[in-house]
Design a protein around this ligand. Structure first.
Ligand SMILES: [Zn+2]
Length: 283
């Protein structure tokens, strides 16, 4: 059973975020990721797409499967519970189940970058909810459409949970970082001053979270993250939201918050596209 596309770790070099048709940036054996992405993009142009969640033709994500992710006027993301001790408050737009779960796994593990157009607004929604609904976190600073500007004291830093270096190489991109940057762009256009800072890096021993139970996830996550060099210095004294695609137990978020607080950040909470519902022992 898969538990989700959680494979956190590893700082990402900017060269690995090359576009689909740009030159390969690694010398790994086999077709370079950029070339594979280029071929995938070509294939997508030549052959019709199908819904990443249900297989319906002609749409990367059909209307029915996209419904839980779609934006509405105002913030609809909700505070989600986690089971991990030390995890910050988490806002998520959708429950991690059904088509959302299938779609997110396809997005992350099967190269369905074409789902970004649904996932970016969904993450933006969760970030906005964290900042606006969680008013006790940042009192008075977060009137939507206000005049706060990036660089002001109220600028909130979005820190993506890093993916393992190997996963980034395999996918040819930093998927969560790309989501975070897309969401930050949307939110700045709404007047919310947010900036993405890649302040976390991955420790060496981190395993893929997929398939691990809650206890194993907590153990796996512990001491798995570190502060990423110069980017880490930018969080000192700054309000920070940790962002991720999926939250299950919250063990990775707890570790991210621990590391960021240790680096001097004011961790306000976390935001994700989807979160597992807090029931039973699913992890
Ligand atoms: Zn569908």
């Amino acid at each position: 059973m898969r538990d989700g596309p959680c494979d956190h770790a590893a700082p990402v070099s900017t060269t690995s975020r090359s576009g689909p048709l740009s030159a390969p940036s690694t010398t790994a054996p086999g077709p370079p990721p950029a070339l594979r992405n280029g071929l995938a993009a070509l294939a997508a142009a030549l052959w019709p797409v199908s819904c990443a969640a249900c297989g319906a033709p002609d749409r990367a994500l059909c209307r029915a499967c996209a419904r839980p992710l779609r934006e509405r006027a105002g913030s609809r993301a909700a505070l989600a519970g986690t089971t991990a001790p030390g995890a910050p408050a988490v806002w998520a737009t959708a429950a991690y189940e059904g088509p959302v779960r299938t779609g997110l796994v396809a997005w992350k593990d099967r190269g369905r970058a074409d789902l970004d157009r649904w996932l970016v607004p969904a993450l933006a929604e969760a970030v906005q909810a964290a900042l606006v609904q969680g008013e006790s976190l940042v009192p008075d600073r977060w009137a939507v459409g206000g005049s706060a500007a990036v660089g002001d004291a109220g600028t909130v830093l979005l820190v993506p949970v890093p993916s393992r270096r190997a996963a980034v190489r395999e996918r040819g991109r930093d998927a969560v970082g790309d989501l975070a940057r897309g969401a930050a762009g949307l939110l700045r256009r709404r007047g919310l001053p947010v900036l993405v800072v890649g302040a976390l890096s991955a420790g060496r021993g981190l395993r893929d979270q997929v398939g691990l139970d809650a206890a194993s996830r907590a153990h796996n996550a512990a001491r798995s993250l570190g502060v990423a060099g110069r980017a880490g210095a930018r969080v000192v004294g700054a309000p920070v939201l940790v962002v991720d695609d999926v939250v299950t137990t919250g063990s990775t978020l707890a570790e991210a918050a621990r590391v960021l607080r240790g680096a001097g950040a004011e961790v306000l909470g976390a935001a994700a596209v989807a979160a597992a519902q807090r029931r039973g022992s699913s992890g």
